[in-house]
Ligand binder design. Structure first.
Ligand code: URA
Ligand code: SF4
Length: 208
């Protein structure tokens, strides 16, 4: 029987955010490391009360080596600001730490990570959560939500709701992925999606 791919053998015994980050830089726990520029590990303070979990780094993040620094990151920053949550006081990461894409000419088109890639990368996310011990985990989009809350979880049905999160955190809240705001076809739809995203983040702020 083939053994499942996993980051587990790369996760160090002695753990701190810097030691995890250094080890993750050399992770080959699944095939995604091969095509990407670098591991994009989580960023933020170990004292954070909130961990925000996205899907995977995008094109910009892959180049810069930091999570949510591209267009989706700007939408995330807007939402956090509207909710009165200081980005310097949260920890931001992704369910999968390498950019998965398909080359199309000069462009690199985002591809959704599959379940085995999510499972392979999960030890990093678990280690981050264990070290930070946040009060609230915010799942940004269906990938993070289904990874942490189960495959039958539907963001559309339970967005903004505080869900009991033990043993990971006191609460887990799921909302849309901020890139969904960018995909809206007109200004009205974009504003509505942006407002709804900020509302979900306000619900997070009330839990703190
Ligand atoms: N989308 C994500 O899910 N994460 C990032 O870091 C950037 C875009
Ligand atoms: Fe390791 Fe995750 Fe990158 Fe796969 S995606 S190589 S498990 S860090």
């Amino acid at each position: 029987m083939p053994t499942a791919e996993s980051a587990e053998p790369f996760v160090p015994e002695r753990r701190s955010l810097p030691s995890l980050r250094a080890a993750a830089a050399g992770c080959k726990g699944c095939r995604l490391w091969a095509g990407a520029t670098q591991t994009v590990f989580g960023e933020g303070t170990a004292a954070a009360e909130v961990i925000l979990v996205g899907e995977q780094p995008g094109d910009r993040e892959d180049v810069e080596g930091a999570p949510f620094v591209g267009p989706a990151g700007r939408e995330l920053d807007r939402g956090l600001e509207a909710a009165g949550i200081d980005r310097r006081r949260v920890y931001v990461t992704n369910a999968v730490k390498h950019f998965k894409f398909e080359p199309r000419g000069k462009r690199r088109i985002h591809q959704k990570p599959n379940w085995s890639e999510l499972a392979a990368c999960r030890p990093w996310l678990d280690a981050e959560i264990e070290l930070v011990r946040p009060k609230v985990i915010v799942c940004l989009g269906a990938t993070a939500a289904q990874s942490l809350l189960g495959r039958s979880f539907r963001v559309t049905r339970q967005r903004g709701e505080a869900i009991a999160g033990e043993p990971l955190a006191e609460w887990i809240v799921a909302t849309i992925h901020p890139s969904a705001i960018l995909r809206q076809r007109d200004d009205d739809a974009r504003h509505a999606e942006r407002d709804a995203f900020a509302d979900d983040l306000r619900a997070v702020a009330r839990l703190l």
